[in-house]
Design a protein around this ligand. Structure first.
Ligand code: GRF
Length: 229
């Protein structure tokens, strides 16, 4: 019978969760996750980056970091079901445990989403449930909101509709354009996404039905507020 490990032999940390990041372009949020995961005590490692656009700048960056980076060109697939089937096979073959969408500009089928329920998260540059979908910054400015921000949420079948994990708020300034507001929010995205992934990988948040269960010890970490720049 194998003997039990004693205290000094036991690994200091449980195995890190294997994460895939799905992108379509620049990939700055993916980079923030990769940078965060360089910390030895971060509970997740970025094992795979996938882009549906072969020319995505983020894909080249990931390759240069030595991270397995795969282009899955959606134009080569006859329909969404085939594309999502191939994506699922790739994730499974890489033993991925958590999928993080980071500027992944492609709708996923309900079938694919169901397979990853509770294990797939997304970042959206608005304070959901307001301003779902595209052109969020321009629509926030047109609506005259004084506070904008970003949201990390579990992915559900409806676009930008899944249960909210964490949010960051930033001020909207009178001279803002969609570009300046997007840049201010993006700075917060780069803080919020690594934090949310860390909490999920540690098991400190999880999907419970259509709600998020939160370990009360970390409750205060789930709302970031940026002061006026
Ligand atoms: C981010 O603003 C993200 O919230 C949204 O798309 C943008 C992607 O930027 N879903 P990047 O590719 O991560 O730099």
């Amino acid at each position: 019978m194998p003997r039990a490990m004693n205290e000094t032999e036991r690994p200091a940390h449980p195995p890190r969760k294997r994460v895939a990041v799905l992108i379509s372009g620049r990939g700055s949020n993916m980079m923030s996750l990769v940078e965060a995961a360089r910390a030895p005590d971060y509970p997740a490692e970025i094992c795979l980056v996938v882009s549906n656009r072969p020319d995505a700048a983020g894909l080249a960056w990931a390759k240069a970091q030595g991270i397995p980076a795969v282009a899955l060109d959606h134009k080569l697939y006859s329909d969404r079901a085939h594309f999502d089937g191939q994506l699922h096979a790739l994730l499974t073959a890489s033993r991925i445990e958590i999928v993080a969408l980071a500027g992944f500009m492609r709708l996923l089928t309900a079938d694919f989403v169901a397979k990853w329920t509770g294990r797939m998260i997304n970042i959206h540059p608005a304070l959901l449930p307001a301003f779902k979908g595209l052109d969020t910054h321009a629509r926030a400015l047109a609506a005259g909101v004084r506070i904008a921000g970003c949201t990390v949420h579990f992915v559900s079948a409806g676009v930008d509709e899944g249960a909210i994990i964490a949010q960051a708020a930033v001020p909207v300034l009178p001279a803002d354009t969609p570009g300046t507001l997007a840049a201010r929010i993006l700075t917060s995205e780069h803080k919020l996404y690594p934090l949310a992934l860390q909490l999920l990988a540690f098991g400190q948040v999880r999907l419970d039905g259509d709600q998020v269960w939160i370990d009360q010890k970390v409750n205060h970490k789930l709302a970031l507020i940026s002061p006026i720049p």
